[in-house]
Design a binder for this molecule. Structure first.
Ligand code: AMP
Length: 401
């Protein structure tokens, strides 16, 4: 369990509580297209409201790169959040985030009211953890609560700088839940523990592969990163995505698996095409071949049918499954079959199933399997760094219990 002060350990009655949430939601023409992160933030906000706090919410949205960008304003979030929460979330429009308008809005608050500040990344200091902006944020509040798991792997003003300056810094329910689920799965799993890694590049997941190999019983590799492993085995992989510099690393991981007595599963067959689809969802002609028979002029873009079965069987016998990264170019329906098969096997098992954020979370939700998973993380980068075994600065900065 996380040994940090939580919203259950603090008294916020009549106090100004700055609550850092992760409202970094996808927007299309001003409309929120996936509101999971808003829904996930509700328990903490409701708790702070019920306890009589004056709740000041803040978050970043996208990458405005340190200046006000109207298309990245949090205004639409305030509107939707009001509906979800069932009470007004007043938007404190302010190009400086903590400028005159925001200060006046906080000043006018009554107990149990909620306001939302403007996108914290309107300020250039935010991502540099600059002291001045951290101080401004801290001056708005008596208590700081960090519930933004999605940015916990970054040390920014609105999650780390302000936490160090605030008198009290606690974590919210979402942060607690994320760390508890991911932490238990990795460090105290019910076995067999199967970890599934996919996605584009081996280089992006070096430490995750190594750390999970130590913790799990079976490590499954799919997606673009599988081809560097296959090449390391001496296979011809054609024009598939390969990170030549990491071939040695893949060999090392295969040896490590053997030494530790862990199962490392690689695709036994692969779905190939003449080239990467362009546009990504273009109609494409594919063929499934054994992984050691990829023609020199073909590209592997998804796991094959036998591999999907093999991976599904490994999931069937598992008691804990952690999954991060798609098995193929899932954005294309023809190349999404491997990812769908794995998602389905997770949906059907009674095992504890944890989905790292990012693409695998999006895939599981899009396929309608979201409610079949034990936990879907709201943070892609943060969950990956956690799976690497790293401390997350946003969590470390909160007060110990
Ligand atoms: P990541 O951000 O590392 O989780 O990678 C996700 C991306 O990997 C998705 O956009 C997929 O389209 C891509 N991907 C998965 N499999 C392959 C593959 N075999 N070749 C190229 N890209 C892939």
């Amino acid at each position: 369990m996380l040994n940090k002060k939580s919203v259950d350990d603090i008294n916020v009655k009549g106090k100004r509580v700055l609550c850092r949430c992760d409202f970094n939601v996808p927007l299309k023409e001003g409309k929120i297209t996936d509101e999971n992160r808003l829904v996930a933030a509700l328990p903490t906000i409701k708790k702070l409201v019920a306890d009589g706090g004056r709740v000041i919410l803040c978050s970043h949205l996208g990458k405005p790169k340190g200046e006000p960008k109207p298309e990245l304003s949090l205004a639409p979030v305030a509107v939707r959040l009001s509906q979800l929460l069932g009470q007004e979330v007043k938007f404190a429009a302010d190009p400086e985030v903590v400028g005159a308008n925001a200060k006046a809005a906080v000043e006018a608050m009554k107990d149990g009211e909620v306001i939302l500040l403007e996108n914290t990344r309107y300020r250039a200091e935010e991502t540099k953890n600059g002291e001045a902006f951290s101080k401004e944020l801290a001056s708005l509040c008596d208590v700081f609560v960090n519930d933004a798991f999605g940015t916990a792997h970054r040390a920014h003003c609105s999650n780390v700088g302000v936490a160090q300056l605030a008198e009290t810094a606690a974590v919210g329910y979402l942060m607690q839940k994320e760390i508890d689920f991911l932490g238990n799965a990795v460090n105290n799993p019910e076995r067999p523990f199967v970890a599934i890694l996919g996605g584009a590049k081996v280089a992006d997941k070096l430490n995750v592969i190594s750390n999970l190999l130590e913790k799990c019983d079976t490590l499954i590799i799919g997606g673009g990163m599988a081809y560097t492993f296959l090449k390391a085995k001496g296979y011809e992989v054609g024009t598939s995505l390969v990170d030549d510099e990491k071939i040695g690393y893949c060999k090392e991981m295969m040896e490590k698996a053997e030494k530790l007595g862990k199962q490392l599963l690689l695709p036994v067959d692969t779905t190939i095409a003449a080239a990467f689809p362009s546009p990504i969802d273009a109609e494409i002609e594919v063929q499934v071949v054994p992984s050691n028979q990829i023609p020199a002029d073909k590209m592997g873009l998804d796991i094959g049918t036998k591999t999907a079965e093999l991976y599904a069987n490994a999931v069937k016998s598992a008691k804990t499954v952690v999954w991060n990264g798609p098995m193929g170019v899932f954005e294309n329906p023809i190349l999404a079959k491997g990812t769908i098969a794995v998602a389905k096997s997770l949906a059907e098992t009674d095992a504890t199933t944890i989905i790292g954020g990012g693409d695998s979370a999006a895939a599981v939700n899009q396929l309608g399997f979201g409610d079949k998973m034990t936990h879907i993380s709201t943070g892609g980068g943060a969950s990956l760094e956690f799976l690497e075994g790293k401390d997350l600065p946003g969590v470390v900065a909160a007060n110990d219990k």
